[in-house]
Design a protein around this ligand. Structure first.
Ligand code: PLP
Length: 350
């Protein structure tokens, strides 16, 4: 049985959250003299002299519409990275709890664990980059609080078999976080619709990838109202700034444009894969459900350095277990992709 109360840290359960000026009075008024803002303005713009809505009510309503999730099941963070950190701070006892990751995967799960003094246990992926359920099961004990599942996975690019993820959700009482940063580039269905069936599920998505707003820092976590309440209690009161709330709201009105960009990026991913596969020194292009390709090649490190001399930066993953001799290459614009291909051809004839 999943018991949220048992997983939540004692100090968090007892915590009285900070009550901001905007909490103690919310509503219509003519004159706001309660938050020590500069009522005259700022040198650059008239609009940002007031504190933002700490609960992001409008933004959550818009996200609720687009994602078909009730607003009380949405948490917003300063990037997914803040959601990751808060999950540790709310549910993991430093020096006592442990969490499970499935490497090779996103680096922040481990960094954030280390910052919070939480033990990391690793169930490495199988050779086909799928979950090793037997290993995972062996690692779980009564102190396991979080299981991190990144699907589509970074840096491998593949999605995990849905029934495997369901197996994890069904068999463990710890919180299972499914990080869907790349879900929009995948043919797989999101796990958001499964929230009704799994009280232990947290789904993370972000505005940094498909929405094209990495610079704003806006991450989303979807979960039961109970889990969301705990996260809200601990977050800094004004973690989502006013500009971010406004711009994200505008973006949410343009879902059509975003879907067009996703289609274009997915087409370019396929085209790029086709070209890569014709290049002799490239040994393998892994199937991708994301906006990047993991590419195995001869002398990956040297290719990486050569690309740098051409002013092109990709991600060197050649020292990562299971990714040896691999570069992770983000799908760029048409022009950028062409430039990359030309550089790879230059390397070939060098
Ligand atoms: C890029 C990425 C994120 C996004 O993080 P933000 O802090 O929202 O920018 C989350 N998870 C994974 C696996 C990623 O690759």
């Amino acid at each position: 049985m999943f018991e949220l109360n048992k997983l939540t840290r004692e100090n968090i359960k007892k915590l009285t959250p900070y009550s901001s000026a905007r909490d103690e009075f919310s509503g219509e008024a003519k004159v706001f003299l309660d938050a020590n803002e500069n009522a005259i303005g700022s040198p650059v713009t008239k609009w940002y002299n007031r504190y933002p809505d700490p609960h992001q009510v409008k933004l959550k309503e818009a996200i609720s519409q687009v994602k078909s999730v009730p607003a009380n099941q949405i948490f917003l963070g300063n990037g997914s990275d803040e959601c990751i950190d808060l999950l540790y701070r709310c549910f993991c006892e430093p020096g006592k709890s442990n969490v499970i990751i499935c490497p090779p995967t996103y680096g922040m799960y481990e960094v954030s664990a280390n910052i919070n003094d939480v033990e990391i246990r690793k169930a490495a992926l199988l050779d086909d980059f799928q979950l090793d359920l037997v290993h995972l099961e062996n690692l779980v004990d009564e102190n396991t609080r979080l299981i991190w599942i990144c699907s589509p996975n970074n840096p491998t690019g593949n999605s995990f078999t849905r029934t495997d993820v369901e197996m994890v959700l069904n068999n463990f009482n710890s919180i299972v976080v499914v990080d869907e940063a790349y879900i929009n580039f995948s043919r797989q269905k999101s796990f958001i619709q499964e929230l009704v069936d799994y009280p232990n599920l947290v789904v993370m998505q972000t505005f940094s990838k498909a929405w094209g707003l990495a610079g704003l820092r806006l991450g989303m976590a979807f979960a039961s109202p109970g889990i969301i309440d705990v996260l809200n209690k601990v977050k800094p009161p004004y973690n989502i700034n006013q500009a971010t709330q406004e711009i994200a709201l505008k973006a949410l009105e343009e879902v059509g444009q975003v879907n067009d960009m996703i289609k274009e990026l997915v087409q370019m991913r396929a085209a790029l894969k086709g070209v890569f596969e014709k290049i002799p020194f490239i040994e393998k292009v892994y199937p991708s459900d994301a906006n990047f390709l993991l590419v195995k090649m001869k002398d990956a490190r040297k290719v990486y350095e050569f690309l740098l001399t051409k002013g092109i930066v990709v991600r060197d993953r050649s020292n990562v277990k299971l990714c040896d001799d691999c570069l992770r290459i983000t799908v760029g614009t048409e022009e950028e992709n062409t430039e990359l291909i030309e550089a790879l051809c230059d390397w070939m004839v060098k």
